[in-house]
Design a protein around this ligand. Structure first.
Ligand SMILES: [Zn+2]
Length: 342
């Protein structure tokens, strides 16, 4: 997800791009939509073929994306921009080398006749040792089987009620909570609740938030004592829905005391790392600051430093086409959440 605070508005888009990782003009520069349209498999040590070693640094690839993004806002003042939730993958596309390079999927030549010995110039590894590592899904605390969806980033232990996420080769604890007292909830949806030090703008209490977002409320006594948290969906959504849901949760500032532990019902999997969610905090702030014309230019001077986080599951009810959180007046279109077992 790419976001830009441009003029008085936050613009967003979803980007999925490929770029050749070898400096080789004989092959196509991008895969186009093929990486999205075709089923991909993991490279295994016994996968046949010669694998060209990538020689473009990841930084160069990312910088290129950054340049394309920046240039798309020509003319308007960009106060802040951010990439959120990016996943970088190395994808090998198959080619035959005959007198020219042949696309092995379409069986079609893609280059002019190749000069003699051209392939000798590439670094090739004959046997490919893919560093695929497995982390046993066992609770490091009590040894119980951890549960979670196939794509879940955070796994839960139903025995000792802890939550874990893989970090390198180990499982690290994740502070997990849920809003209690909603036994009839149909689905618990995960959010990161992030405490942060904000400088360049007074935003440490609910009273501050009311002023920053210019909410139609009169600041009540005691609101300056209620801490203000940043909330972010802990899962992937379309960029627009992600921003809108973040802002709704930030303005709601759930005040119920969450209970520690995993929720007592089915959960939507947490798939977005807290680090990625933290990249979106300033974007989400930009989206709720009012009035935009005076607040937006302040963005470059504002810094947000996350200090603590917790994964908080919020109960939702199943509606016709939406997941509903009646107390917060939040509805998430069911099409946006891809459920496998509901
Ligand atoms: Zn356990």
């Amino acid at each position: 997800m790419q976001y830009g605070c441009v003029g008085q508005e936050v613009q967003q888009r979803f980007v999925d791009v490929t770029q050749q990782a070898v400096d080789a003009p004989y092959f196509p520069m991008t895969l186009g939509v093929r990486a999205q349209a075709m089923k991909l498999s993991f490279v295994a040590p016994d996968t046949q073929g010669h694998f060209l070693a990538p020689d473009l640094p990841v930084r160069t690839v990312l910088q290129h994306q950054e340049d394309v993004f920046q240039s798309s806002f020509s003319g308007a003042k960009v106060y802040h921009h951010a990439h959120v939730g990016e996943t970088l993958s190395l994808i090998y596309a198959p080619f035959y080398i005959d007198s020219c390079a042949v696309d092995a999927v379409l069986n079609r030549p893609v280059s002019d006749p190749l000069p003699e010995g051209v392939m000798d110039g590439f670094a090739v590894s004959e046997t490919f040792h893919w560093p695929l590592r497995f982390v046993p899904a066992l609770c490091p605390s009590c040894g119980w089987d951890l549960s979670g969806e196939r794509n879940a980033l955070v796994l839960s232990c139903t025995n000792c009620n802890r939550a874990w996420q893989p970090v390198g080769a180990a499982l690290k604890p994740v502070p997990v909570m849920f809003l209690p007292g909603h036994e009839t909830a149909d689905l618990y949806v995960p959010f990161w609740r992030i405490a942060a030090d904000v400088t360049g703008l007074a935003l440490s209490s609910y009273a501050d938030l009311v002023r920053v977002a210019n909410l139609p409320k009169v600041v009540q006594k005691g609101w300056d004592k209620i801490p203000c948290y940043f909330w972010s969906p802990a899962f992937r959504l379309s960029p627009k829905a992600f921003l809108s849901l973040s802002i709704q949760m930030n303005l709601t500032q759930p005040q119920e005391n969450p209970a520690a532990g995993n929720p007592p019902g089915s959960c939507y999997p947490a798939t977005l790392p807290v680090k990625e969610a933290a990249e979106a905090l300033k974007i989400s702030l930009a989206g709720m600051m009012k009035p935009a014309e005076t607040r937006m230019p302040m963005l470059p001077q504002i810094s947000i430093r996350p200090t603590r986080f917790a994964l908080v599951y919020i109960p939702f009810q199943s509606g016709h086409q939406e997941w509903l959180q009646p107390e917060y007046h939040i509805a998430i279109n069911k099409n946006l959440l891809t459920l496998t077992d509901h």
